[in-house]
Write a new protein. Structure first.
Ligand SMILES: [Zn+2]
Length: 165
């Protein structure tokens, strides 16, 4: 296996019709690098990286291990489902209400642990662009995981919440 310096790369078309810009994601899965002048000068998120973060650009040569598929189920918390070989192939995922930050971040945290990528979760859960995996882990370590309460048959729904580690 060859050594790889980047986790992912994208080729972002130039607006002026010049050569496309190559945006690279570091092996840490969080740091984006571009070759345009604004990025090289300021080291801040340039418009090319913004396009990548917004999911507007297809990545170059998809050779990453496949990501588990997110499936929405009536479950209390994220439940990974392993396939043959022990790899997590899909994750049963509860519906979230976007005004519940603690619950949403718990689901995102669990999905990250199951192997879903940060870029996927950023788009799916409309996470702020500056929110990192490290921030999410720190939040959950501090506040615990918030999951749905037990299922109540008569009401046909989960009732309340529970806080677990
Ligand atoms: Zn750039």
């Amino acid at each position: 296996m060859s050594e790889r310096k980047w986790l992912k790369q994208w080729s972002v078309p130039s607006e002026s019709g010049a050569r496309p810009y190559k945006v690279s994601l570091d092996l840490d899965g969080e740091t984006y690098v571009c070759h345009c002048w604004p990025f090289l000068r300021e080291r801040t998120t340039c418009k090319h990286i913004k396009k990548v973060l917004a999911g507007e650009v297809p990545e170059i040569g998809e050779d990453l291990p496949p990501e588990p598929v997110i499936e929405f189920w009536n479950v209390r918390e994220v439940i990974p489902v392993t396939g043959r070989g022990g790899r997590i192939v899909r994750v049963k995922t509860p519906f979230v209400s976007f005004d519940d930050t603690h619950f949403t971040l718990t689901v995102v945290y669990d999905l990250l642990k199951a192997g879903v990528r940060m870029t996927t979760l950023r788009n799916r859960y409309r996470l702020p662009k500056d929110l990192t995996r490290v921030d999410i882990e720190a939040y959950i370590q501090q506040n615990g995981r918030k999951i749905y309460g037990p299922w109540e048959e008569e009401r046909g729904q989960h009732v309340g919440y529970e806080f677990v580690r």
